[in-house]
Design a protein around this ligand. Sequence first.
Ligand code: AMP
Ligand code: MG
Length: 313
Amino acid sequence: MAVIGQDIDQAARIILNGGLVGMPTETVYGLAANALDEKAVLDIFKVKRRPSFDPLIVHVASLEMLHSLATGLNDSAQELLYRFWPGPLTLILKKKNIVPDLVTSGHSTVAVRMPKHPMALKLIEKSGVPIAAPSANPFGYVSPTRPSHVDKQLGDQIPYILDGGKCAIGIESTILEVSDEEIKVLRLGGLSPDLLLPFKGKITFASFSSSNPVAPGMLTSHYSPKKKFVVGNLIQLMEQYPEAAILSYTTFYPGRECYVLSKKADLTEAASNLFHFMRSLDEGNNEVIIAELVPPEGLGRAINDRLLRASAS
Ligand code: AMP
Ligand code: MG
């Protein structure tokens, strides 16, 4: 099992020696490596069993670091990053040659984000290199939001997990591709699309598919528990699956294994509980998990996106 601790110097040394570290961010835990070290990046793909066509997000701690990786930021991209960095926003930008093709799966663009978690920022600063970090889970499974989640699945393959506690947001970053005319949401995430409304450009949403290698994060089936996971009307589903465990938005149903995302109907709280509850249900005694969608507003859209993809097969 990995060592779980708060020694940022040790984590930085591992990164600089080409190793992998579990890194807390405000969205989910990442599997971190030096983004400029091709061998270390290859290890990320191996440990996660991630297909090489699925590019990684590169995390930076300063604008200087951003400019070392990417070029051609238009006004819209600059305005967005001034407003939302550090935070749950990833921008797709034109890559510089320094970024290995492996990181971007051969694309001419690179996904970049400045995380808000103080430990992530310190780790990047101390390492002095940009850090590639996909979610620290086997490919296709529910993302980790606590150090124990990372340890359980990847702990025997990595030396160290930085313990930054429970992720405050608990859902992955929002990924945007922006031009002067358009803000295209490639992945719904921790930054609510409502917050994009004041910005210049028409907001559009990419649809996800099971066979679109141009935008691999939009695979239909993702974030999936091992158990059968069904989304719909809970009252009907409870009849159909009398034994099933329940993931509900606000209501506790007695007599069954039941997790409530937010008793007070708070979408921020629901997002922060989502993956932890999905993992707990996956480890429970029931063979089937039934869940309901949340109101499709603000962060609710990203939550529903994850629920629907978890239920797709
Ligand atoms: P993860 O790190 O698991 O949260 O997934 C990161 C996601 O970022 C990938 O699955 C891609 O969808 C997206 N991504 C990374 N780089 C690019 C890129 N150059 N163009 C489009 N999407 C990207
Ligand atoms: Mg992931």
